[in-house]
Design a protein around this ligand. Structure first.
Ligand code: SIN
Ligand code: MN
Length: 226
């Protein structure tokens, strides 16, 4: 764990403005989803991508299938004690990558974001890593494979812009969309913890963060509230 002074220093490095420790000035609420636009500055994004290259080197990206047998358009891996996986056997958390190796540790740069915005002392168990190429998307869904919904989900966007759709806890409720940019962070907590959300499309090549284009989404979750 970082000391409070170190955490404050990290917050300073992460924030574009570098100033407001409460970060209220740069967050806005959309249907209970809290959006911290531009929370992670470019240098911190570059450092995060470098750390993620290490994650992918030991736990390679793979293209999973849904329990119904459809191949997902994103490529996926994870870091942390547990990784979220999907295959013909269902959606679940596993302690090992499909290749049999343990998931790597969640990079410190990513943990710093969690500490800044999650509002909890408890660390995340899982950092899901989704890579979106030009045609990747993510259908409207809820994050509901965890055993405890009292902790928020923290979602980090890196690279190309993506159209993020936000709904309510019922699928039939109306939705609202926002373009997420590199360095944006979304917190789904409280009533929005079980709200439907998804990615309709990505503007391939809209960011220079990744040399070949593409988008990375990191989703941090507590799996069991123990
Ligand atoms: C997800 O909710 O699984 C991904 C969201 C995103 O890519 O921003
Ligand atoms: Mn999700």
């Amino acid at each position: 764990m970082l000391q409070a002074s170190e955490a404050a220093e990290w917050r300073g490095k992460l924030m574009k403005s570098g100033g407001d420790p409460q970060m209220t000035a740069i967050s806005r609420d959309i249907r209970g989803f809290r959006l911290f636009a531009g929370l992670i500055n470019r240098d911190a994004q570059v450092a995060m991508v470098a750390a993620l290259r290490g994650v992918v080197a030991s736990a390679p990206l793979y293209q999973p299938v849904t329990p119904g047998g459809r191949q997902m358009s994103v490529r996926m891996t994870a870091a942390g004690r547990l990784g979220w996986v999907t295959d013909r056997r269902g959606y679940r958390y596993e302690p090992l990558h499909p290749s049999g190796v343990a998931w790597p540790a969640i990079p410190e740069e990513v943990m710093a974001v969690w500490r800044s915005v999650s509002g909890t002392e408890r660390g995340p168990d899982c950092c899901l890593v989704n890579f979106y190429g030009a045609d990747a998307r993510m259908g409207l869904h809820q994050d509901r494979d965890e055993g405890d919904f009292s902790f928020p989900v923290v979602s980090i966007s890196l690279g190309d812009e993506a159209l993020f759709r936000m709904g309510g806890v019922e699928k039939a409720e109306g939705t609202e969309s926002v373009w997420l940019k590199s360095g944006d962070v979304v917190v789904m907590g409280g009533a929005a913890r079980l709200a439907f959300h998804g990615i309709d499309r990505v503007r391939h090549g809209s960011s220079t963060l990744l040399p070949q284009g593409g988008r990375i989404n990191l989703t941090l979750r507590v799996v069991e509230g123990i």
